[in-house]
Design a protein around this ligand. Sequence first.
Ligand SMILES: [Zn+2]
Length: 416
Amino acid sequence: MKNKERAITVRAARQLALAAALACACAARAEIGVAFPAERQRLPAVEETYVIGATAPGRTEFLYVNGVTTDVYRTGAFLAMVPVKPGTNTLTVFQGKDKLVRTFVVAEAPAQAAKKPDPIESDDDPRIGKQSAWQTTGTLFTNRVRAEIDDGDTIFYLPKGFVLRGAEVKDTQWLAVWLEGRRGYLSRNLARRCPDRQVPSKMTPAPDPAIGFPDKPPYGRRPETVRICVDPGHGGSDTGALSPHGWFEKDVNLMQARAIRAALEKAGFQVVMTRDDDSFPALYDRPKKAYDGRMDAFISVHHNATAANRNPRIARHTTAYASTSNGLALAQCIQRHIAPTLAPVKDAGAQMRSFAVCRNPAVPSCLLEVDFINLPEGEAESWDQARQAKVATAVVMGVLDWMSPPEKAEGGDNTK
Ligand SMILES: [Zn+2]
């Protein structure tokens, strides 16, 4: 019995050793990796694409991407731009005896974009259906009333269960709704018709989602009393952007966010994270956490990548986005400190753009695109813990600036 067991064990060990040897041989041969485009990946209708990948660092042979010599960064990462044509394309990467071949598909030229419907000029427009009572079913962060059909500015935020006057707009997925005498548009799938309810007036007051929140930054308050929500972007199956080594944005976002938390806490702030592992909090649960927790600020941490046909070495920049004016003040203060930390990475300043996590109507919110990770230098620097600590310090300095009371205006009414 014992001998038989030993024989099985020995055979198993031999098999394992053989498998390990094969794995090693394979690993040695597959030294070139290409992160993008992936095998059989479908790209939009582009005329060129970037190719990013990595080989073993320190190799001295030239690396060729579709026949063109390509610089290899000290980490082994490389970036090349290659022309492509519609249909199936072949990519060939050579270095010494190593060769990698893959195919990917580029779409034909895109179809013409659908024409937008003409704007509705009056409440009597024949496209507006019968007016009745509607009740919202989404959350405060999804129930956004827009100024126009398809992507207008947000004019009102509605809590779940709010009842207002509405009417379906023919041939669209939108409801016309009326609040405070103004017509706006709510996505049809965020409300249900209430046929038995009295139809609310067009003058129904809009709820104010910022009631109970301070209308100014926490001027002059001690950090110990200030609560900041830090949001590492993406997570779980939502990996975000991809780097030459095939590393995910979600992971570097978490590393950078943890560094920011550490620096903020060292400065005395209270910090809450939307995630502290590889989970994916739903997009609108992130601003909701800051809103429900009556936080003083919300900072979302991301890293950028270019579209397939843009060279990330040329596009590389650092920026902070906001979607509200109070968020923009925060974004500007933080960006002023991050930009010099990352120089010579181009400073694109703070910018307004509509992002789900930044549209918080009550908590000043911003989204940092710290750097581009789809180029070798951006990858190496973004994953560098010393750089992450510098960015974290810059964020703290920015938040402190944002909290410092504005100087009294000269010649103002301050002589009394
Ligand atoms: Zn991102």
